[in-house]
Design a protein around this ligand. Structure first.
Ligand code: PA5
Length: 466
């Protein structure tokens, strides 16, 4: 694998008593093996169908890639409608692999690159929707509606608004050609609509949950539409999957860091900070926050015992947050583990000039901005270590499809192992479902009358208003 994992700064013999006791690996060997066995026994089964995604025959993707190449050649904008797992994976990957200022490029530059603008809508803020409508030309815009369940209110609302406008702009027959559905085949409102309207439809395997779906058509379709090399992405994910199937905890990065995080939780480190030192990886933190929070934050374990498990994920960005949150990380409560993501070589760098007219700033002259960023990262690792704060570093030699594929697969396996170690159901989300049902009820959806009464009764009991 290309990624490197340095966990020195997690260990008590390196950072002092607040770190993890290295003897724990032997003492906890049984629990580590049980967590490993649990995940391995379910590879490709039930809600672990995501483990199979990197092993797909790449030639099976050729038809979809060709169709997306065609759409790209016609599109001025490609818009993804989805939320949660149907948006955060795509957002994290396009930020990593496309020009970060893509939508601000002049039309001629976009044309030369053969790329449309890209919008991943995620939220349903009405102001945001209005602003999108001011930016796009519907006649040359293509929409990918993504919802695993096919039922999510936010995504269906976005779809209804945009399909209606598209029909008014280009007529029904043409409008149909501008919508691609990605959903569970055979069931759900979106699937039924897509069938009725005749949209091109791509499936999401039944056993792949939203937050584990980035390497399914949920991510692959929009990535292919934007010309990203999805075969290389999957090849990276496959290599990491192999590493994460190694039974030796010291050789399996996901099992290793899942164990260290669980031990850190036992020591009161209930916050997990994800801190990439690269703007291209900024939204990997959003992907991580969802998969870690929604998978591990559970009231009960698999036996039904109340555990209120979980570790609160937090986003941070190097070096930006060195001037903001790092003060808290080094001197505040001992309640955090900080994961730093390093990039060895930036795809493009900028030399800080040796300007002879300026006497000051000798220390900066001649270095590159990439070097400065990485020196600052090492400085933060040093400061955290000196302050006895648990942290570990994941290094990408560079950001490309392969290493991003590795990183995504690592997060998925790390979450699965952590969930197994904690004994919770990693793949359900009863708290999220509760909110979805309450929304259906308040909107008057048929079949949710009892839920509506419950929501109203709960509201009545609240006495504390001003
Ligand atoms: O991980 C999950 O299951 C959720 O975050 C879902 O991705 C999110 O609620 C959106 O669901 P759907 O894809 O069914 O619209």
């Amino acid at each position: 694998m290309k990624l490197k994992f340095d966990y020195n700064n997690m260990m008590a013999d390196v950072i002092g008593e607040r770190g993890i006791d290295p003897k724990g690996f032997a003492a906890d060997a049984k629990a580590i093996t049980a967590a490993y066995d649990d995940v391995m026994a379910n590879l490709g089964k039930g809600w672990q169908e995501w483990t199979e995604l990197p092993y797909i025959d790449p030639s099976d993707l050729d038809g979809m890639i060709a169709r997306m190449d065609d759409i790209r050649s016609k599109a001025s904008a490609f818009v993804v409608l989805g939320i949660g797992g149907s948006a955060l994976g795509p957002i994290s990957v396009v930020q990593a692999l496309l020009n970060m200022r893509l939508n601000e490029l002049p039309a001629a530059a976009l044309k030369a690159a053969g790329l449309p603008k890209l919008y991943i809508e995620d939220n349903i803020d009405p102001e945001r929707m209005n602003e999108l409508l001011e930016l796009i030309d519907l006649k040359t815009t293509y929409f990918n509606v993504i919802t695993k369940s096919g039922e999510t209110s936010e995504t269906l609302a976005q779809f209804l608004v945009l399909y209606d406008l598209m029909k008014k702009a280009v007529g029904k027959e043409e409008a149909k050609k501008h919508f691609i559905a990605t959903t569970t085949i055979g069931k759900g409102t979106l699937y039924n609509l897509a069938q009725k309207e005749g949209f091109v439809t791509y499936g999401i395997p039944a056993g792949v949950g939203g937050r584990f779906s980035v390497l399914s058509n949920v991510g692959l379709v929009p990535f292919a539409a934007m010309g990203i090399d999805i075969k290389k992405l999957l090849a990276g994910a496959k290599e990491m999957s192999e590493a994460c199937r190694n039974g030796d905890v010291k050789k399996n990065p996901a099992l290793l860091t899942a164990y260290l995080q669980c031990k850190a939780m036992e020591k009161g480190a209930n916050i997990s900070v994800m801190m990439p030192y690269a703007d291209s990886l900024k939204y990997m933190s959003d992907f991580y926050c969802q998969i870690w929070a929604e998978s591990l934050g559970k009231a009960v374990d698999k036996s039904g015992k109340v555990v209120h498990a979980g570790q609160t994920p937090a986003k941070s960005l190097g070096v930006t947050d060195q001037h903001s949150q790092v003060q808290l990380y080094t001197e505040g409560p001992f309640d955090k583990v900080i994961t730093i993501i390093a990039v060895e070589k930036f795809r493009r760098d900028v030399v800080i000039p040796d300007d002879k007219d300026i006497d000051a700033c000798e220390f900066l002259k001649g270095h590159t901005m990439g070097e400065l960023l990485n020196h600052e990262r090492v400085a933060t690792e040093y400061a955290l270590r000196k302050a006895g704060r648990m942290n570990f570093t994941i290094t990408l030699p560079e950001v490309d499809e392969y290493t991003v594929g590795e990183l995504l697969a690592y997060y998925e396996y790390e979450t699965a192992f952590a969930g197994a170690y904690l004994g919770v159901d990693t793949f359900n989300q009863p708290g999220v479902e509760e909110g979805k049902k309450a929304t259906f009820a308040m909107l008057g959806r048929k079949g949710y009358e009892e839920k509506l009464a419950e929501v109203r009764a709960a509201a009545k009991k609240s006495e504390y208003y001003i």
